[in-house]
Design a protein around this ligand. Structure first.
Ligand SMILES: NC(=O)c1ccc[n+]([C@@H]2O[C@H](COP(=O)([O-])OP(=O)(O)OC[C@H]3O[C@@H](n4cnc5c(N)ncnc54)[C@H](O)[C@@H]3O)[C@@H](O)[C@H]2O)c1
Length: 284
């Protein structure tokens, strides 16, 4: 989508981190931005900060893991701006433990925020973009963990789901004038490791108070992740990349090349699987 100035966007998880970086970059490009988030105080602060730069922005509170609240956010966007051209399904949580620490609440919370909200966002906002006929663009935040899975946990499962959804929708929505990009960030300096601050009550128990027995290795790994995120890429830079990705209709928006060899190794493993059965004639 060229000529972003004057267009309207809704971004979920926009009160902090990557979402706020994207809101800032789009607002600076002249886009009117509805920031959507569950965390009221952070949202108010983000909106106030952007308004001080003369940005045309507004905030709407929603728990995106509830479809009705996402629908209400869409209505709020329309009543404030009349139209919507860009949707960034970005809200996400680092939920769900590794094997041995699974809970239904953990799976449900993570699937609700990271995956179902993305499905619903596309379902609710797609027709709104088609209606005005000016074209649209959807960005879905997955992760590098949507392409390589280091652990059998809910986070990776949802991020693979977001990549699958985005790749499929890109083909389906192109003839309808809507571009679709999937954002696959590496380590970005945000509050993602403190996702439990936004745990809705109905998912109580999703985050165990103490690690289960035998989970020390996971705790060490989590400690490393916390460190990597703390030293990660500036979310404002990610915001600029997303703006560029929307303008250029990029299918994949990566933030850096750190994990490129790991993804190449995965592809090599898949190719080896095909090579193993090459030349065999499956019975029909
Ligand atoms: N930070 C990283 O290293 C990294 C890497 C890959 C992918 N990601 C993804 O980037 C996205 C943004 O995360 P971030 O890193 O900026 O973390 P963050 O915690 O700083 O921001 C996430 C935002 O989502 C909001 N949110 C959480 N639950 C919500 C809900 N139920 N309804 C509405 N809003 C909700 C939070 O309040 C917060 O403002 C996530 O999808 C995350 O999985 C982050």
């Amino acid at each position: 989508m060229k000529d972003l100035a004057g267009k309207t966007a809704l971004i979920t998880g926009a009160a902090s981190g990557i979402g706020l970086g994207v809101a800032t970059a789009l607002a600076q490009a002249g886009v009117k931005v509805m920031l959507c988030d569950i965390e009221q105080a952070a949202l108010d602060k983000a909106v106030e900060g952007l308004k001080r730069t003369n940005a045309d922005v507004e905030g709407v509170t929603a728990d995106v893991s509830l479809k009705s609240q996402l629908e209400a956010a869409a209505e709020a966007t329309l009543s404030r701006y009349g139209q919507v051209h860009i949707l960034h399904n970005n809200a996400g949580v680092a939920g769900g433990g590794a094997y041995g620490a699974w809970t239904d609440a953990g799976w449900n919370w993570t699937i609700g925020v990271n995956l179902m909200a993305v499905v619903w966002g596309c379902e609710i906002f797609g027709p709104l973009m088609e209606r005005h006929g000016q074209g649209g663009h959807i960005v879905n935040t997955a992760s590098i963990a949507g392409l390589i899975s280091g652990s059998g946990n809910a986070y990776n499962v949802t991020k693979y789901g977001v990549v699958a959804l985005s790749e499929g929708l890109r083909v389906e929505l192109a003839p309808r004038g809507i571009g679709v990009s999937v954002l696959c960030p590496g380590f970005i300096r945000t509050q993602i490791v403190d996702s439990a601050r936004n745990l809705p009550e109905r998912f109580a128990g999703a985050v165990p108070a103490r690690p289960a027995a035998g989970q020390q290795a996971i705790e060490t790994w989590l400690g490393n992740v916390r460190e990597r995120v703390a030293g990660g890429i500036d979310p404002l830079y990610v915001g600029e990349l997303v703006r560029e990705g929307v303008e250029g209709d990029w299918p994949y928006i990566f933030t850096d090349n750190e994990f490129e060899p790991v993804i190449a190794a995965r592809f090599a493993g898949i190719k080896a699987g095909f090579d193993r059965i090459r030349g065999r004639a499956p019975p029909r």
